[in-house]
Ligand binder design. Structure first.
Ligand code: ZN
Length: 478
């Protein structure tokens, strides 16, 4: 009996020791493993450019919730298609437990294709179709414009353009443009010369010409029909109509108004175009050509000339312009040295003109104008004396009341010269316009036709200065 108790105690003690040992050793060796359970699927597909919210994971150890201790690494960028791995890790008693999820971002969105211009177009000829352009953009792949494929199908008078583009994920978009081949564009008539033309009575008018072009038919100048006529021997306003029709029946018209008018010194509104410092080989001939084409007369205040100038002066005289004296020399120090020097300078040129052409020039313009003060540094009061003396000796001197500005230090544009001159015109007076025809003054020649047109278009008579012209004088300042 005593042995039985001893055995029982021994067994109980052994069991207790084994239990304690196993508890202690098990803590390190046979510890329970935490359980990591993914919420949701292990493999997930999401569409690009959507918001991905990870459903997370639940971690437990027995009944203990350890979810908050789980750390997630990796991220999903839904703007870039591809496969992403999210790794969940739980570290417990220096041991790490992990699991993962794969998230695949899938691009199901087609690119956006935009056509520039209209989806419906009309062109006069198939060859005149010009692609207005297009753009293609994909949210994942960016600009795909270069990848657009254009298919062109022509059936009768219909062109169908199909534009197609695919992104890297195979999503594609297409668009269409329909182009009808039909000439609905009228031809264009271009009139040579001016649409408003002024013809002084006594000069002859001829049509300056025209051309007509159609986008489908090309040059159809030969089909232009002109109606109306000008009687250049009768004062009046004449209308000439030009009409042309293309093969498709589109018609264009243009109109020219031709005004035959009396140009005379009795006109209340008068313009005297004057050109100083010439003649020159580059500009004077062009000025004379334009004046001749318009049958307009002007006044040239010339300086000494050579053989080229001699021919130009012969033209001036033959074509009815006034040749006037600026001076044999234009050098201020020489000509304003004293009264006799100035008069000699006038007579030298006057005599040369008489000898060369039998032309008696009686109109003078003082270099620098009668108001110049530069002369004061050479001879005090000389302008006051010369103004009287030239008149006493049978000359008339003219200044100006409109400056074209073409004597400024830089070259004015022809439009500046045009505005300076036309802006200065006043009704009911002699408008004396200062211009220059030296070699540098090509923009003056360029402006001349428009100046003539403006003046005549506004009823001014263009006249040459004569001994009977009421003079324009500046105030004398020396
Ligand atoms: Zn001058």
């Amino acid at each position: 009996m005593k042995r039985g108790w001893a055995l029982l105690i021994t067994v109980a003690m052994a069991a207790a020791i084994i239990g304690i040992l196993s508890y202690i050793s098990g803590y390190f060796i046979f510890a329970p493993i935490p359980e990591l359970v993914l919420n949701g699927e292990r493999e997930v597909n999401v569409e690009s450019h959507t918001t991905y919210t990870d459903p997370g994971l639940t971690a437990t150890l027995g009944k203990k919730d350890l979810t908050e201790k789980v750390r997630v690494s990796g991220a999903v960028d839904t703007t870039k298609p591809g496969t992403y791995t999210l790794t969940y890790q739980l570290t417990l008693h220096e041991k790490t437990y992990s699991t993962s999820r794969t998230v695949t971002v899938v691009d199901k969105e087609a690119p956006v294709l935009e056509l520039t211009g209209n989806g419906e177009m009309i062109v006069s000829l198939e060859s005149l179709y010009q692609e207005p352009g297009y753009t293609a953009n994909d949210r994942c792949d960016g600009d795909l414009t270069d990848k657009v494929v254009v298919e062109r199908v022509v059936e009768g008078e219909q062109i169908t353009l199909t534009y197609t583009v695919s992104d890297a994920s195979g999503n594609s978009t297409s668009a269409q443009r329909r182009v009808t081949i039909r000439d609905i564009v009228a031809p264009v008539i271009t009139l040579n010369g001016y649409a408003a033309t002024y013809v002084p009575l006594g000069s002859s008018y001829s049509d300056p010409g025209y051309s007509a072009v159609d986008d489908a038919d090309g040059d159809i100048t030969g089909s232009v029909v002109r109606s109306g006529s000008v009687d250049d021997s009768t004062v009046g306003t004449y209308t000439i109509n030009y009409t042309v029709t293309d093969k498709a029946g589109n018609t264009a018209t243009a109109t020219r108004v031709v005004k035959v008018f009396v140009e005379s010194a009795d006109s209340p509104d008068r313009v005297y175009l004057t050109f100083d410092d010439g003649p020159s080989s580059e500009v004077t001939g062009r000025v004379l050509d334009i004046l001749a084409a318009n049958n307009a007369k002007a006044t040239f205040f010339i300086v000494n000339y050579g053989s080229t100038g001699r021919q130009l002066i012969a033209r001036m005289i033959n074509e009815g312009h006034t040749v006037a004296i600026h001076g044999y020399s234009h050098d201020y120090a020489t000509i304003y040295a004293n009264d006799e020097a100035f008069m000699n300078n006038v007579y030298s040129l006057r005599d040369k003109l008489l000898a060369d052409f039998g032309y008696n020039a009686t109109i003078i313009r003082f270099p620098g104008g009668s108001s110049n003060t530069v002369s004061a540094s050479y001879s005090s009061g000389i302008m006051s004396r010369l103004a009287i003396r030239v008149e006493q000796e049978g000359f008339s001197y003219f200044d100006w009341n409109i400056s074209s500005g073409d004597a400024s230090g830089y070259t004015l544009s022809s439009s500046e010269i045009y505005h300076n001159v036309t802006g200065g015109l006043r009704r009911g007076r002699n408008n004396v316009v200062l211009m220059h025809d030296t070699n540098a003054k090509w923009t003056t020649a360029d402006a001349l036709q428009d100046i003539i047109n403006y003046a005549r278009g506004n009823g001014y008579s263009l006249l040459p200065i004569t001994s009977g012209t009421y003079p324009v004088h500046h105030g004398i300042a020396n």
